[in-house]
Design a protein around this ligand. Structure first.
Ligand SMILES: O=C(O)CCC(=O)C(=O)O
Ligand SMILES: [Fe+2]
Length: 287
């Protein structure tokens, strides 16, 4: 079986793909120990931790922006976020399980735009269904930039979230949820589904055993289903985009506690036109 062909098909079809056993149980335990060592406060209104960059100060806040999300960003540490907590977090930046899949959608030149972790306890929910691009995105009526006016509009596929499950999640446990295939929808999310997403038969909660990783398009309509499990939800989100795009004017800074590889350094570069102002992640010099 050609694994990459299958991943490409599923990603395109569903707007996400799950890779199980991307991390061994020993690797998962190691990262969980590093998180434990941070003695994080219990999750409050927002489940986010270890974010970088902090974006609240550079954000032009729409009137309806949820207060809980603003708060999460205000409280976040500056700089490298959780990349500062150990080499294991940096190793995930360009983990071999994800790079070929990211390359399928983002090409040879992409960057890490932002990252944060999520920690949830039983009974916690978070936010609404949303999509950052596409028909259901808040800014979907914006004029597209000239470069992105192509039919296979890069911006629709230009942002990919890579979320590493550090505890069993999905299905009956809750956590990440989405409407499979919604990244291709031409219509806005019906209000009825938005209002009843926790119980909607149209919303899937993919199974994510600890050590698995999910890659999903930011144009997929997605959200967070109520956390029902008695164990904590722990997930690390790394958000990548084509090199010429940026979500915010701020950047994830390189950590001071770990030495990054040449390829990891490229991932943290300033945005730039692919190949002209931003090097290939797959050239010999990068790997
Ligand atoms: O719960 C999740 O994994 C989804 C989180 C999410 O979509 C977000 O933070 O924007
Ligand atoms: Fe999201």
């Amino acid at each position: 079986m050609n694994e990459l062909e299958l991943q490409q098909y599923l990603f395109d079809l569903q707007g996400y793909v799950v890779i199980e056993n991307a991390l061994s149980q020993a690797e998962v335990a190691d990262i969980n120990r590093l998180i434990d060592a941070q003695n994080l406060p219990p999750p409050g209104e927002s489940p986010r931790f270890g974010s970088a960059p902090t974006i609240a100060s550079s954000m032009i806040m729409p009137d309806n922006f949820p207060e809980s999300r603003m708060k999460a960003d205000r409280d976040a540490p500056v700089g490298a976020g959780f990349l500062e907590w150990g080499q294991a977090f940096c190793d995930l930046l360009d983990h071999p399980a994800i790079m070929p899949v990211l390359r399928l959608r983002l090409g040879d030149c992409f960057r890490l735009d932002r990252l944060y972790g999520m920690l949830m306890r039983q009974g916690m929910g978070y936010g609404e269904l949303h999509a950052d691009y596409g028909a259901s995105a808040p800014q979907s009526n914006m004029q597209p930039g000239e470069y992105y006016a192509f039919r296979s509009n890069q911006i629709y596929e230009g942002f990919i979230v890579v979320a590493w499950a550090l505890t069993d999640a999905g299905a009956e446990h809750g956590g990440f949820c989405c409407i499979p295939g919604s990244h291709k929808s031409h219509y806005r999310l019906p209000r009825h589904i938005a209002d009843t997403f926790e119980d909607s038969p149209h919303v899937a909660i993919p199974k994510l055993p600890a050590g698995s990783v999910i890659l999903f398009s930011e144009s997929l309509t997605h959200g967070t289903a109520l956390w029902r499990a008695s164990h904590e939800r722990r997930v690390l989100l790394y958000k990548y985009c084509v090199s010429s795009l940026a979500w915010t004017s701020k950047r994830v800074e390189p950590p001071v506690s770990s030495e990054l590889t040449p390829r990891q350094k490229i991932l943290l570069r300033e945005p730039g036109d692919p190949l002209r102002h931003f090097p290939s992640l797959f050239a010999e010099a990068a790997v």
